[in-house]
Design a protein around this ligand. Structure first.
Ligand SMILES: CC(C)(COP(=O)(O)OP(=O)(O)OC[C@H]1O[C@@H](n2cnc3c(N)ncnc32)[C@H](O)[C@@H]1OP(=O)(O)O)[C@@H](O)C(=O)NCCC(=O)NCCS
Length: 168
């Protein structure tokens, strides 16, 4: 049975390996710098004693005008274990941490990751990059999920200016 734990230094080698198996070599230096600074806010998911996935998290992060919130800097599951619900478990856990918003950057061609984030209610906040190498900032605002729409349909829930960032 899989379970989630806070990140500790003893998991760095396993996380590094999963990162290398998933991410482009071009981005490895940035990934390892992020991993070096990871705190217990970040999470790993273990099947027994084996780390099968991780989420590196960054608090009070803001990017290109997005509101300050929790940044999901990296999310990955070891390739042989993908499609078994580990990514879902990690994301579910992150959304229980009660941040006013959670956001991330994802490649516009990463259909699997976009599918996962969309399933949880993440929506595009910004598109950037080029047609050949598109990037998306996706965000999740818990308030938007729990507040019912007003009956008249005019006034929308107060979301601290985040509405303006959401794509229609
Ligand atoms: C993205 C990733 C973390 C998902 O983890 P996972 O454990 O494989 O995902 P799960 O099994 O929990 O969930 C799969 C969900 O992804 C989505 N998904 C899977 N394949 C998909 C596809 N081809 N197209 C669209 N959505 C897809 C679905 O929403 C699916 O949920 P469902 O089974 O209820 O339909 C994992 O695939 C991974 O490590 N990818 C490589 C690294 C990466 O791209 N990280 C994200 C960078 S932002």
């Amino acid at each position: 049975m899989a379970h989630i734990e806070s990140y500790k230094l003893i998991y760095s080698a396993a996380v590094s390996k999963i990162g290398r198996l998933n991410f482009d070599i071009y981005y490895m230096e940035i990934f390892h710098n992020t991993l070096k600074n990871a705190t217990s806010l970040s999470k790993v998911i273990l099947d027994g004693e084996t780390v099968v996935g991780f989420a590196l998290l960054n608090e009070n992060a803001a990017f290109r005008g997005t509101p300050s919130g929790l940044e999901l800097t990296y999310l990955a599951v070891t390739p042989a274990e993908q499609g078994k619900g580990y990514g879902t478990m990690l994301l579910q856990h992150i959304l229980t941490l009660q941040y006013p918003n959670v956001w991330l950057e994802v490649s516009g061609i990463n259909a699997k990751a976009i599918g996962l984030y969309t399933k949880f209610g993440f929506r595009p906040w910004r598109h950037y990059g080029t047609k050949a190498d598109p990037g998306i900032i996706m965000g999740y605002v818990p308030k938007l999920r729990v507040q019912p729409p007003r009956r008249c349909g005019r006034a929308r829930p107060q979301t601290d200016g985040i509405d303006a960032l959401l794509a229609e």
